[in-house]
Design a protein around this ligand. Structure first.
Ligand SMILES: NC(=O)c1ccc[n+]([C@@H]2O[C@H](COP(=O)([O-])OP(=O)(O)OC[C@H]3O[C@@H](n4cnc5c(N)ncnc54)[C@H](O)[C@@H]3O)[C@@H](O)[C@H]2O)c1
Ligand SMILES: [Zn+2]
Length: 363
């Protein structure tokens, strides 16, 4: 079994952040992080990760004397209530500016813990140890940290790079299938916007029978794509916006679905967003209809729904899209496909194109 041990450098104006990748990624954790330098260490996790990964993690990194803070699992924790609780915990353990937060968990933990660390005492260090596929290929990399507010995804947040990211695919062994699939959405996105090879690699995987080690190349290549894009444009003034493909509509339907019987996971919502935004690209002649069909087939092969699982009026989606952080004033800016493995950003699109494309996912 061959694992890759590769460090990916994310260049940042706030310092660079390294990604350690492979089954021994955590082997030199304490040395790499320079744990001795920190006066206090707080490990943040959610209730599932506490049960399934926390002991494994502490054993691997040989850490005993650390504080722990556990929040509920899922996006519900990305809220002011839990942000305050983390600040209170940090204060309670006398965390000073030389303290460290370790985010052990999925994207929700990375977003919440990263934001808590980046705001406590004007910012203390944090590292990410992602335990979901989605967090390993996407959320843990790039320094976007946030909580949700007033039912709007990631409304309050900042850019703050983790000191380091440790990607150990072994954690994926316990990941439920639905969460695993949710992560595949971001892998699919990376292929569609940046690399047709990556797109085809993804479709080659046998999802009825895989082990975490089979995912190494895919995860690694997605990490490479994400970090390369972020390195070019950390604060999202240009090129990084291609990573928002599928997310304008995706975030809107994800938010709306939170008050339905079966809320969509982030990746599931992003797939629906990618369908709409790919359809918009097809209507505008940026991609061919046959390429759009290939994308729809890929969505089906990966086991995603291609329609919303609840009834929803278009207006509700429009209303949320208007609040998207990518807009300037009242103008909505779109990331669209420009062929296989290529995307453009800041695209203006007439409302009737959006309306026509949205019909694709409405029931
Ligand atoms: N900051 C970014 O750049 C960025 C990018 C993409 C997504 N996100 C955010 O990430 C979040 C979604 O990420 P996610 O899908 O990882 O969600 P998540 O953190 O909610 O994790 C999904 C579920 O998996 C469980 N879990 C985590 N690791 C596990 C393991 N090893 N075994 C078993 N269960 C495990 C969690 O408890 C949770 O129930 C959203 O809030 C989204 O907005 C952020
Ligand atoms: Zn995403």
């Amino acid at each position: 079994m061959i694992y890759k041990e590769i460090n990916i450098e994310v260049e940042s104006s706030l310092g660079s952040s390294k990604i350690y990748f492979g089954n021994d990624a955590l082997q030199d954790f304490s040395t790499i992080v320079e744990i001795e330098r920190y006066s206090n260490v707080l490990v943040l996790s959610d209730s599932n990760v506490e049960t399934l990964c926390l002991d494994k993690f502490l054993k691997k990194v040989k850490l005993e004397d650390v504080h722990k803070f556990i929040v509920p699992s899922g996006d519900v924790a990305k809220a002011t209530e839990f942000l305050e609780k983390i600040w209170a915990k940090l204060l309670d353990i006398n965390a000073d500016r030389k303290s460290l937060v370790i985010n052990l968990g999925g994207g929700a933990i990375g977003d919440l813990g990263g934001f808590a660390a980046s705001t406590y005492m004007r910012g203390i260090d944090f590292v990410n140890v992602p335990t979901t596929l989605l967090a390993q290929v996407d959320a843990s990399i790039g320094g976007k940290v946030a909580i949700n507010f007033s039912k709007i995804k990631n409304l309050v947040g900042s850019f703050s790079q983790p000191k380091a990211v440790f990607v150990d695919v072994g954690f994926l062994e316990t990941l439920p299938e639905r969460d695993f699939r949710s992560g595949l959405a971001e892998v699919l996105k990376h292929g569609l916007i940046k690399s047709s090879d990556h797109f085809h690699e993804l479709l080659k995987l046998d999802f009825s029978d895989y082990e975490p080690k089979d995912l190494l190349n895919l995860v690694y290549n997605s990490c490479l794509i994400k970090s390369a894009v972020v390195s070019l444009d950390e604060k999202e003034s240009g090129h990084r916006k291609i990573l928002n493909f599928g997310h304008t509509v995706g975030h809107a339907v994800e938010s709306i679905s939170q008050s339905t019987k079966k809320p969509l996971l982030h990746g599931e919502a992003v797939v629906l967003g990618m369908i709409v935004e790919a359809k918009m690209s097809a209507i505008l002649g940026k991609i061919s209809d046959s390429y759009f069909s290939i994308i729809l087939d890929a969505v089906a092969v990966l086991g995603f729904e291609s329609k919303l699982n609840f009834e929803c009026e278009q207006n509700k989606i429009f209303e949320l899209i208007k609040h998207d952080k990518k807009n300037y004033g009242s103008e909505i800016k779109w990331t669209l496909l420009e062929g296989i493995g290529a995307a453009s950003y800041d695209q203006k699109v007439d409302n009737d194109v959006l309306e026509e494309a949205l019909k694709f996912i409405l029931i």
